[in-house]
Ligand binder design. Sequence first.
Ligand SMILES: C[S@@+](CC[C@H](N)C(=O)[O-])C[C@H]1O[C@@H](n2cnc3c(N)ncnc32)[C@H](O)[C@@H]1O
Length: 310
Amino acid sequence: MEHDSAYHAPVMIGEVLDLLDPRPEGLYLDGTLGGGGHAEALLQREPRARLIAVDRDPDALREAGERLAVFGDRVRLVRANYSDATAAAGIGPEMLDGALLDLGISSHQVDEVARGFTFRAGAPLDMRMGQDSVAEATAAELLNTLGEEELATIFYRFGEERRSRRLARLIVERRAETPLKTSDDLVALIEAALTRPTAQDRARIFQALRIAVNREIEGIEAALPRLREALRSGGVLVVLSYHSLEDRVVKDSFRSWSQSCVCPPGFPVCSCRGEPLGETLTRKPLYPSDAEVARNPRARSARLRAWRRA
Ligand SMILES: C[S@@+](CC[C@H](N)C(=O)[O-])C[C@H]1O[C@@H](n2cnc3c(N)ncnc32)[C@H](O)[C@@H]1O
C-alpha cells in the first residue's frame, strides 16, 4: 500500500478517511502520528485540509516530520501526550473538524529492541513511549518497586492473566536477590509462573506492563472528553483500538455521549443535559478486512469506532 512505511503500516486507512471525510480548509488532529501514514493520506485526500500532528515519542515526530515536510505549513508537529494535546497545541473548543487516535504502539517501537517493548532476548525493560526519563518510570522500575498486589493487578487487569498472583510473587522474590533488568529476566519468571507459556502468553504479559508504564487507559479516559469538546458541530472523532479495555472505554464514552438522558436510573426529573451530544457512527465496531490482516498481521486486533458531534 502506498502509505505503508518501514516505520509503520497504517491500519484501516480507507475506513478512517471515509469516516473523517476531510473537507477543504478543515482543521484535523492526529493524536498518534506514529510513522505519519494516516496523516499523509488525510493531507493527500483533501489538499486544502490542515493537520495538527501529535505524538509523545520523539522518534515519531522526527520520522513523520520528514515525510510530511512536503505539505509545508499545512502540518504542525507537536510533541505531547494526546490527553494534553488540546492544551499543548492551543486548540480551543469547537475548533476541529475531526480527530484521530490510533492507539497502541507503532511497529518501529516494537522492532527497536533498545526501546524495550519486545520480549526478544536481551531487550532492556524500558517500554516508555515518550522516552522521558524524568516524567515516566520504566518497566524495570515498576517491576522492581511496585507492591506484589499492584503487580498482580496489572497482569490481571491489563493482561487477563489467571496466574497473575503467582507471577507477581515470583517477581518480588526474585528482585529481593537481584533487580530485574532485561526481557530475559521477566521471560524466565513467566516460564516459572505459567505452565508452558506460549508466545501469545508472553506477549499479553509484556503488553500489560506496557499499558501500566504508559498509563494508557487513564490517558484515553482523559483524552476523549477533551477531544469531543474540541470538535465543531459535525466534527468526527475516530478511534482505532487494539485491546479490549481500550475499546470498552471508547464504546462506553460514545454510547454515553449519544444518549439523550444520562440521569441515574429512577431519578424523578431529568436534570441532565437532556439531549444527545452527538451520534455514534459505528453501531458495531469495524474490523480490518481479511486481505488487510493477511498483508499486515499487526492489524488483526484492530477495532474502529467513530462518533460525530451534533
Ligand atoms: C499505532 S501508532 C500510530 C501509527 C500512525 N497512525 C501511522 O499511520 O503511522 C501509535 C502512536 O501513538 C503514539 N502514542 C501512544 N500513546 C500516546 C499518547 N498517550 N500520547 C501521544 N502519543 C501516543 C505512539 O508513540 C505511536 O507512535
